[in-house]
Design a protein around this ligand. Sequence first.
Ligand code: GRF
Length: 238
Amino acid sequence: MSDTDTTEQDQQFEQPDRQRLVVLISGSGSNLQALIDAEAHDELGGEIAAVISNRGDAYGLVRAREAGIPAVVLPHHEYDSREAFDAALVKVIDRHAPDLIVLAGFMRILTPGFVRRYHGRMLNIHPSLLPAYRGLNTHARALADGVSEHGASVHFVSDELDGGPVVVQAAVHVNPDDDEATLAERVLTREHVIYPMTVRWFLQGRLNLTQDGLRLDSHPLPAGGLRLAADDVTEEDL
Ligand code: GRF
């Protein structure tokens, strides 16, 4: 065996396993696209192993296929119960042996067993500054309340809907002439920054959910997570 062979073998041996994530979607998949783009630029810290949608018409499936990522449709209406659907979902997810499950516009309430199975390794993004506006129609509710700031939050999933520990939030100003569409668009732009960033922290082993709460680089995160203020980032920066 030549020296070259030894070196190559050693390098192979030392190469750490690539971290893997599975992304669950139900719709447009613009957050999925942000993750795909981050991976293409080697900025995700891992590989999107599969995309799973509960809806066959989700545009995110097209995005996945165009990126060469296995895309699976699991129509929820073909299952008799939430438990049966989640059990099928677990089978598909686990086939890909992911380190992280990423919910990106996945419009399903998850069963407690599902949430427990992926405790500490399942993230969600929600279009509000949690704990404000859990649930649906967040932009309309924020506008109706006349708030001056709105935004998005990335959090670990717990059995409380949109109630798990928040890692990072990004705020946006609400303009007087905003409607639901303009506000949603401004929030989405920020989502596409904070979601790949949080996923990378997790896959690099920097972000952990411990018994004492969230830690980033071994430091406890403030309650409510890190906050990217509306003025911190301009459109030109993005
Ligand atoms: C985003 O607003 C996200 O916060 C929420 O669902 C929406 C998904 O959008 N959970 P997209 O499918 O990623 O474009």
